[in-house]
Design a protein around this ligand. Sequence first.
Ligand code: GLV
Ligand code: MN
Ligand code: MN
Length: 409
Amino acid sequence: MVDGGRLWNRLSELAKIGKHEEGGVARLSFTTEERAAKDLVASYMQEAGLAVREDAAGNLFGRREGTEPEAPAILIGSHVDSVLNGGDFDGPLGVLGGIEVLQTMDEEGVASERPVEVVAFTDEEGARFSLGMIGSRALTGTLSQEDLLHEDRDGVSIAGAMRNAGLEPARVGEAVRPADTLAAYLELHIEQGKVLEGEDLPVGVVTGIAGPVWLRLSFAGEAGHAGTTPMGTRHDALAAAAEVVSVIEEEASVTGSTVGTVGQIGAGPGGINIIPGRAGISLDLRDIDEAVRDQVEGRIRERAAEACERRGIDLEFEELQRLPPAPCSEEIRAAITAASEGEGIRSYPLPSGAGHDGMHVAELCPMGMIFVRSRDGISHNPKEWSSREDCEAGCKVLYLTVLDLAKQG
Ligand code: GLV
Ligand code: MN
Ligand code: MN
């Protein structure tokens, strides 16, 4: 049942694409690196005997027919794009684990009633355009033409990047998947936290996915001479942003479940002897409880506005995305629990702090996720690591879950 060596070799091969000398990977969406990763994955899908196709959003699918071809399919997915200087497992484990499941079914001559498909979604991470899960949004029909205006650091929009990659943004609606063609969505992913390690368990059953809000805060003050403007008379946009960064850290620390991160900061005009007249920061705020997250956001907005008023700074908030938390399906959780126990693994339920494409696919069909233990809980970092044995254990649980949900014919 599943070839852990083959899965590990494919993970290692895929990790070479976009690898930096310092050890991290960078495979941003619609780049040559992401294209090369999808081409390699397509070749693995072919080795697994799957019918391969790409949709209008660049999502890459491999399909194995069931004995009832008209039955709704089981979809297994994840992504092959990465953050800047990311690790080898976030995304690739789910895609390659899905292919491994389908290849094993083929080799063992397993006939399932339902078709089973594996998908590598386009741009889950949002690392390039500050809008993630582009491919899964397209699948559900919630990727709007306005969304396609999001720009990267060089001012290239999603629509422009799609065109450069040979895709037609006006046709993105063709990627919409009718809900009645899907029976369930499953994703195998590294935990990216320390819970399973603490429990000494290789695999866990995800209960739900925390909902993120991504904002951009723009501060407008007044540029001035660093040598001649007295401290009490300044309108320093960067100093205001710095105060707000502290407010965010403080407010996000209050509830115990909320997490708040400022990952991007910029200031202008950018001279050593000029008071910054403008500044900008990003905010990533998440909680598994939407009401708690929104309360924290409200306090941050209030205190940021108060700080800026005191400092004579204009503050603007731009909302980049807002998603509710997504609970996993009870039925799929039960199937994963049974599969784990079938493998002799104590089943352990835990929520996901990270976002995943399942948040969107859940609009079409029941969704479930299997987590694999991460070393030291480190992720979005070149040190991200899960052992070969744990990846194999997660893949076996995925295999048994798929057999259950796709029904052996
Ligand atoms: C992606 O990994 C995210 O959770 O932002
Ligand atoms: Mn991921
Ligand atoms: Mn990620």
